[in-house]
Design a protein around this ligand. Structure first.
Ligand code: FES
Ligand code: FE2
Length: 369
């Protein structure tokens, strides 16, 4: 993986501050507004998400045997669960009798009992019980387990590939994000009237910090001073806080980056992992329709520069504060763009050299679709 080591990343940020520069891409990209409205394009994207390895939830939500998370992933009901052997598996969350979902939300169970007629499944997906079994002659238990999909775990995240398998080599492309001492804090779901890409694009550039977040994030963060690194189909965008200038007084080899920047990893296609000061977020941009998206946000506690883990209460204070520093403004921007597009405005969205990660994102789509 070609991401800069911390010392060099800090050097590059301080150089940008001194020279009033930022990382630049190598081309301007024009994306037709129809990409954010067309049902055909939407269906192709959903299909691509379903056939890619995509983060599903933090491992910190599945710490115990039998702990599970159930949600839709690109429209498919999926449940991920940690088995007795410690392995996380994922299944289509649909009973093999008549299809009702066997798990809801998150929690910890010994078995999944379908709420409709109580067919019962073990945590490895196998069918273990059919009430009134004599009513189902010829229905073999061994042929009617939950349908398994690809799943794997690396660096604190659980990944799912609905149409393929996941092995260690698949996951090599992803950095390690969280260690086992980082705890699950909370989850949140926000549904917005905007194409999922418009919402995701707000997280991928720092060119709008002063414009959109003048009184919220800009008092703490620098405008249009970013390090943008593309790796594989993914990107890492580093947003420095003003306080990073304090590092100038510290010996280069002793500098710690924790708390000095927000690191946003845009994981292709539809997930963003942000490492903030005292907590981190995993945001899934779950496409609902061409003009509607649910952002599923999972929050976990952070590890600090001294190696200790942030207390949950402190992480919660940090999370509540971050919610006031621009999330609503980002959503408002995406919704406003969608309103123009949905009203029939036919134009190209222009992404410039400062929006390098978004250009990379669209290039990937062009290649893949
Ligand atoms: S649908 Fe699940 S038991 Fe009938
Ligand atoms: Fe923003």
């Amino acid at each position: 993986m070609s991401l800069l080591p911390t010392e060099q990343l800090i050097d590059r940020i301080l150089d940008h501050i001194d020279n009033k520069t930022t990382d630049l891409g190598d081309q301007v990209w024009q994306e037709p507004s129809s990409s954010y409205l067309s049902q055909e394009r939407f269906d192709a994207e959903v299909n691509l998400i379903r056939s890619s390895p995509v983060p599903f939830c933090p491992s910190a939500m599945l710490t115990e045997t039998g702990s599970y998370v159930a949600r839709t992933a690109a429209g498919t009901p999926i449940v991920a669960v940690r088995g007795k052997d410690g392995v996380v598996r994922a299944f289509i969350n649909a009973c093999r009798h008549r299809g009702m979902s066997v798990a809801k939300g998150s929690g910890c169970k010994k078995a999944f009992v379908c709420p409709y007629h109580a067919w019962t499944y073990a945590m490895d997906g196998s069918l273990r019980g059919i009430p009134g079994k004599e009513g189902f002659p010829g229905v073999a238990m061994e042929d009617n387990g939950l349908v398994e999909v690809g799943a794997g775990e690396k660096g604190g995240l659980v990944y799912v590939n609905q149409k393929g398998t996941i092995d260690d080599s698949t996951l090599e492309q992803f950095p390690d994000f969280f260690c086992s001492s980082q705890e699950f804090l909370e989850e949140e779901a926000i549904t917005d009237e905007a194409n999922w890409k418009l919402l995701s694009e707000t997280t991928m550039e720092g060119y709008h910090i002063k414009g959109l977040h003048k009184t919220t994030f800009y008092p703490y963060g620098l405008d249009n001073i970013n390090v943008v690194e593309n790796f594989g189909r993914h990107s890492r965008i580093t947003f420095p806080f003003r306080r990073i200038n304090k590092l100038r007084d510290i010996e280069r080899s002793e500098r710690k980056i924790e708390g000095m920047v927000t690191s946003v990893y845009a994981l292709f296609p539809n997930v963003s992992v942000s490492i903030l000061s005292k907590h981190s977020t995993v945001t899934i941009f779950e496409p609902i329709s061409p003009t509607r998206c649910t952002m599923l946000i999972y929050r976990v506690t952070n590890k600090l520069a001294d190696g200790t883990t942030v207390d949950k209460r402190d992480a919660k204070v940090d999370a509540d504060f971050v919610k006031t520093t621009g999330l609503d403004e980002d959503i408002e921007a995406a919704v406003s763009v969608q309103e123009s597009i949905s009203a029939g405005a036919d134009f190209n969205l222009t992404f410039g050299l400062f929006e390098k990660a978004i250009v990379h994102f669209h290039q990937n789509f062009k290649e893949k679709l």
